[in-house]
Ligand binder design. Structure first.
Ligand SMILES: [Zn+2]
Length: 343
């Protein structure tokens, strides 16, 4: 069995502001990553070296250099950066390693087409804005990796599919005025961070290159798969990317304490298979998954393992559920909003 390469580094276990700052509590804890590392097939794991941490230059391609310098100079300080986002001892090092791990995963995906990769990282990244941390995120890992692929790996067009239960506001805003990155987010709405409406479609040259699919709580596997069939597949086909990146949060899982969706392990397996087929059809199999959220540790490890097994060729059960009428109505509105991709 050929496993996808899963990149990681144990320095990311040392980010633990709940321990360092009195009264600060977060569900984004080191046990999330240690449980993943313990549960993954050992043949699949690849640990990057310390010197593969993202450089200030790589981070500054996405973030304001003042913000990058502020964080780097705050290494080993205890600071509250946002109401739910803090750094303590080891946090900044974890964040630059997380960005570097994401770059390493994307580098292999680009240099060895057909070899899908994953970045098992924390802190997550998709809420991080150009100049601010938020939502447990310090640096925007998927955006940094996408930009590295464009600048260094001969990639011209990147499609980012964000299936985390929360809207990827940071990634959206970073690429909002660009036509070389198609950003597609399916997320629960209303929910933190409160953005991700259908009408948010990009601006200027990026007009139309942001596709938001906000869905009410309670959506099931069939609803997510219908969004893939009716929106993600045709839009990605027309955009014709050189690389597909997945902002892979697992907090849409039915057991997650932060989301209210009803996706099962089989649902994530089916979505993974669809991403794999899309990559094989449109970009020679160049596909990488960057971990975002997921706060039930059993759900996170099981669903991530199911994705790994799917990428290794394990057959997966079809879903027999019915799509909800509300989902079809949302799909119809997204199609009307994006005729250039979905007519
Ligand atoms: Zn999330």
């Amino acid at each position: 069995m050929t496993y996808p390469h899963i990149y990681s580094h144990t320095a990311m276990l040392r980010h633990n502001p709940s321990e360092d700052i009195d009264g600060f509590v977060s569900p984004e804890i080191p046990d999330r990553l240690s449980a993943i590392l313990e549960s993954m097939p050992k043949d699949a794991l690849h640990f990057i070296n310390d010197q593969d941490a993202a450089t200030a230059q790589q981070l500054s391609r996405i973030h304001h250099s003042d913000y990058v310098q502020h964080l780097i100079q705050s290494t080993d300080k205890n600071l509250l950066l946002d109401f739910d986002t803090a750094i303590g001892r080891g946090s900044v090092q974890a964040a630059v390693i997380a960005a570097g791990t994401s770059i390493a995963a994307v580098r292999t995906a680009c240099r060895q087409p057909g070899q899908a990769t994953m970045a098992a990282v924390r802190p997550p990244g998709h809420h991080a804005e150009v100049d601010r941390a938020m939502g447990f995120c310090l640096f925007n890992n998927v955006a940094i990796a996408a930009q590295h692929a464009i600048d260094e790996l001969d990639i011209n067009r990147v499609c980012i599919i964000d299936w985390d239960v929360h809207h990827g506001n940071g990634t959206q805003n970073i690429f909002y005025e660009r036509d070389d990155v198609l950003f597609i987010s399916l997320h629960q709405s209303p929910l933190y961070p409160g953005s991700g409406y259908i009408e948010e479609i990009g601006r200027g040259p990026g007009h139309g290159y942001t596709i938001n699919v906000p869905m009410p709580a309670g959506q099931m596997n069939a609803d997510y798969l219908e969004v893939f069939d009716r929106i993600i597949d045709p839009a990605t086909a027309r955009f014709d990317p050189d690389l597909i990146l997945i902002s892979a949060g697992f907090d849409a899982h039915k057991d997650d304490p932060l989301g209210n969706m009803c996706i099962t392990n089989d649902g994530f397996a089916n979505m993974t298979r669809k991403c794999s087929m899309l990559a094989k059809s449109h970009c020679n199999g160049k596909l990488s998954f960057i971990l975002e959220g997921g706060y039930s540790i059993p759900a996170l490890t099981q669903s991530m393992n199911t994705c790994v097994a799917t990428l290794a060729g394990t057959p997966i059960p079809e879903t027999n559920q019915q799509t909800m009428p509300r989902t079809l109505e949302i799909i119809g509105r997204v199609k009307q909003t994006h005729p250039q991709w979905l007519s």
